[in-house]
Design a protein around this ligand. Structure first.
Ligand SMILES: [Zn+2]
Length: 203
C-alpha cells in the first residue's frame, strides 16, 4: 500500500514512487570500515565540537558514497535547528542540476539548544544520504518518502550503528525509531520535493 499522497502524484511521479518503494535496502560492501569514523563522530558530537562533527560527518558520507560508486555530496553541519509552528528541521537535502548536492544537518534542538542525541543525529544524516542516493545512485528524477525509502534508511542505520553486544536482549532489538523531520529541496524543476512532505506521520 503506498502512502496517502501517492494518489495525488502525476503518473510520472507515481512510476518513480513505485520504483523507490521496491528497493528495500542499500548494502554497503564494507560497512565495518566506517565504524572507527562513526565513533569519532559520536565523540565530536558529545564534545559539542561543530567543526569536528562536520569533518567526521563529511568523511563518513564520502566513504559511503565511495563504496557505492556514487557522486560525492557536500555535508554542512549547522548549529541550532530552524523551527516554526510546524516543528524543528533536523536535516535538509538540496539537489541542484549541475552543482554538487548539499546535505545540511543541525546538531542542536531549537527549543533548549541541547546537542541532539547521537543516534538521532546519525539517522538524520543517513536519511539525507538516502535522498542523495535516490538522485545520484538510483537516478530517480525525484526523491519521495516511500516505505522503501524508509527501509533503505533503516538498512543503512543497521549496518552503520550495530547494537553493542550487551544490548542484544530480546527487549532491546528492533527499536522502532521514528524518522527525523527533514526536507528535500530540489531546484531543477517545479513542485519536485513538495509531495514528499505530504501526509507523513512525522509532520
Ligand atoms: Zn526526507
Amino acid at each position: 500500500m503506498p502512502l496517502a499522497y501517492y494518489k495525488r502524484l502525476s503518473k510520472r511521479d507515481q512510476r518513480i514512487y513505485r520504483r523507490s518503494d521496491d528497493i528495500a535496502a542499500v548494502t554497503l560492501p564494507d560497512a565495518a570500515s566506517c565504524f572507527p569514523l562513526i565513533r569519532e563522530l559520536e565523540r565530536s558530537l558529545c564534545a559539542d565540537d561543530r567543526v569536528a562533527v562536520e569533518q567526521k560527518a563529511s568523511r563518513l558520507v564520502a566513504r559511503i558514497v565511495y563504496q557505492l560508486h556514487t557522486d560525492p555530496v557536500r555535508v554542512r553541519v549547522r548549529a541550532v535547528r530552524p523551527s516554526d509552528a510546524g516543528g524543528e528541521l533536523h536535516g535538509l537535502y538540496t539537489w541542484e542540476e549541475g552543482k554538487r548536492a548539499i546535505i545540511e544537518v543541525w546538531m542542536r534542538t531549537a527549543r533548549k539548544r541541547d546537542v541532539v542525541a547521537f543516534r538521532t543525529f546519525l539517522r538524520t544524516l543517513l536519511h539525507e544520504v538516502c535522498h542523495h542516493l535516490d538522485f545520484a545512485h538510483f537516478r530517480f528524477a525525484e526523491s519521495f518518502h516511500t516505505k522503501g525509502f524508509f527501509r533503505r534508511e533503516s538498512s543503512l542505520m543497521r549496518q552503520l550503528d550495530p547494537p553493542a553486544p550487551q544490548m542484544q536482549s530480546p527487549q532491546m532489538q528492533s527499536p522502532q525509531t521514528q524518522s527525523p523531520q527533514t526536507q528535500t529541496r530540489s531546484t531543477d524543476d517545479s513542485p519536485s520535493a513538495e509531495p514528499t512532505q505530504l501526509g507523513l506521520p512525522f509532520l
